[in-house]
Design a protein around this ligand. Structure first.
Ligand code: ACM
Ligand code: ZN
Length: 562
């Protein structure tokens, strides 16, 4: 191309760019004119879920404009708080607030560390001049941002909105959680959820100020975590040949049972696991992995037959109820295996706690196994259930040698549990109460209040197929995890957890439907136990669902409309 041509080309381009700029300028003037007038007014009264400790409303509002700055401390974790703030305000202004190192006297959002507040506690002050957020540590500031999100006017939540000013009601909110552990368990073994869906679940948790994600990664119907030392776990164990359609008849499988013959599978690579753990950490959520042992093991036994009592080759399970085929605690190779798995699990998950399941483990196979019999003789174990106690205690010693703590479902109490194990009470609260009385730490997660795979209404015909049960919103809200415990025993209760088992939850749409709004009720149990009021909660919930709507979450209307 000659110089002339070149210059013509460039000149043409410049003129085109100029035309674009003029068009862009006109468009932005129009936008400016239309959005300038669009100031979103404050919505009152203040309504926050979970219920803050104190809310003192003032007169008038603070006008937060898109040009106002934000000041964050340099302390650990505040970068993630800044990201959370950006996520909350970007839908409204279409850009984050500018970070500055010094704030003007008026306007803007100032975060400050405060020695007298606990890590998760915060004080949020909205005055006519600005927003000030004090917190014990970054976690508290993160929760203050979640509260701020609920103070925004509805129009500011819409990702399509573009406004220049939002009004926030003047208010002082002082807040802290009643319980240290506010968990959600997601079963990804029965049905698999992608990394993006798991992240969306973590977003949901963050909105509700929940802080422990219990990831149920292995079960009879699928092994979902890559273990490099044992590649067959994912090559074989992550795929079931077919899946039962409809309700499981509970052992009575015959020709009337129908199956979806499409192989069903999925697992997370170690890289993806790291990505999820990091994503959770930026939302102040700890991820506790669960590796089921010694029951719920069929996917593992299908991958490595030498892990069972008989050494038979099994298929990954295609139906849902409890299975007799469990790990053989008589063989040394079983312990070598579980320690090898846990070595990699501990590399991936910085959580102090590692969940080893322990629930629903039939002893039938052990009764007929010479290795198990020999183990009972040499270890002087008098009954078969004692074998589970032996296996659990061995795994706990291994975890403790690596600086970790064992957590298990309440069946671990039956085999005789060490004082250091954390007990997750699911068969009612009885196990939890017993454990707390003997000084074990406890997470309360009884099926009667916390199993979100149960129906939300008695009109089950109008609902998607569910496990069974009946757990309406009001009942979740009524849960008192400390009932029946004296002051000393109450200290052993770390908190509460909702469980989403997914036998009948094939996709994320339905998972959200089962979680919401019940998750908000359990969040309020964990965060606001000492200040619960169902009628007031429902009033606040009706405001919270503006956020569900804006974020596109699917949720049930039971308990909201009626
Ligand atoms: C459980 O629901 N099997 C813990
Ligand atoms: Zn055995």
């Amino acid at each position: 191309m000659n110089r002339d041509g070149q210059s013509r080309g460039r000149g043409g381009l410049r003129r085109f760019a100029g035309a674009l700029t003029v068009a862009g300028f006109v468009a932005s003037i129009l936008l400016l004119v239309s959005s300038c007038g669009r100031r979103l007014e404050a919505e009152r009264p203040v309504a926050v879920v979970p219920c803050p400790e104190t809310v003192v409303e003032g007169e008038g509002s603070f006008h937060l404009t898109e040009r106002m700055p934000c000041l964050l401390p340099d302390e650990a974790g505040y970068e993630a708080v800044g990201e959370a703030l950006d996520e909350v305000l970007t839908p409204c202004f279409q850009h984050p607030l500018t970070r500055v190192r010094r704030l003007p006297v008026r306007g803007g959002i100032r975060f400050e560390c405060c020695d007298t507040l606990a890590d998760e506690a915060y004080r949020l002050e909205v005055t006519h001049d600005g927003i000030r957020i004090l917190s014990g540590a970054a976690a508290g500031a993160f929760y203050a941002v979640q509260t701020l999100r609920q103070l925004l006017p509805s129009g500011a939540l819409d990702p399509e909105s573009r406004v220049r000013t939002v009004e926030i009601p003047t208010v002082v909110i002082v807040d802290r959680p009643a319980m240290a552990y506010r968990g959600l368990m997601l079963d990804v073994a029965r049905h698999f959820f992608t990394v993006d869906e798991v992240k969306r679940t973590l977003d949901l948790m963050a909105l509700h100020k929940m802080n422990v994600f219990h990831w149920h990664l292995t079960d009879d119907q699928g092994w979902r975590i890559e273990i490099r030392r044992y590649p067959e776990l994912t090559r074989v164990g992550s795929v079931r040949r077919r899946t039962l359609i409809g309700k499981d008849p509970g052992g009575e499988y015959d020709e009337t049972c129908r199956y979806d013959e499409t192989p069903y599978g999925g697992y997370y690579t170690q890289e993806q696991i790291r990505e999820v753990v990091e994503y959770a950490a930026r939302r102040f959520i700890t991820v506790i992995p669960e590796i089921e042992f010694p029951g719920h093991a069929v996917a593992a036994l299908a991958s490595y037959p030498w892990l069972s009592c008989t050494g038979e080759r099994y298929e990954v399970r295609q139906t849902w109820d409890i299975d007799d085929r469990v790990f053989c605690p008589g063989r040394e190779s079983t312990f070598e295996f579980i320690e090898g798995v846990l070595d990699e699990v501990m590399e991936l998950f910085p959580s102090e706690w590692i969940h080893i399941g322990g629930d629903e483990c039939p002893t039938k196979m052990w009764a007929g196994c010479p290795h198990c019999r020999e183990r009972m003789r040499t270890e002087e174990i008098s009954d078969l259930r004692g074998l589970q106690g032996y296996a659990t205690a061995r795994v706990e010693r291994f975890l403790q040698a690596h600086g970790r703590q064992l957590i298990g479902w309440d069946e671990i109490l039956e085999g005789g549990v060490t004082p250091t194990a954390v007990v997750m009470s699911w068969r009612g609260t009885e196990g939890g109460v017993r454990a707390a009385r003997q000084g074990n730490r406890v997470v309360m997660s009884p099926s009667t209040y916390c199993y979100f795979d149960y129906y939300q209404t008695e009109d089950t015909d109008s609902e998607p197929l569910a496990w069974g049960g009946f757990l309406p919103l009001e009942r979740v809200y009524a849960f008192d995890p400390l009932e029946g415990l004296d002051a000393g025993e109450r200290c052993c209760v770390l908190g509460v957890q909702a469980n989403l088992w997914t036998e009948y939850i094939p996709d994320f749409d339905q998972a959200q439907y089962m979680l919401l709004p019940r998750l908000s009720a359990l969040a309020e149990v964990g965060w606001s136990l000492d200040r619960k009021n169902y009628d007031d909660y429902r009033r606040r919930l009706r405001r919270l669902i503006r956020i569900y709507d804006a974020a596109g979450y699917r949720y049930a209307r039971h308990g909201i409309d009626d």
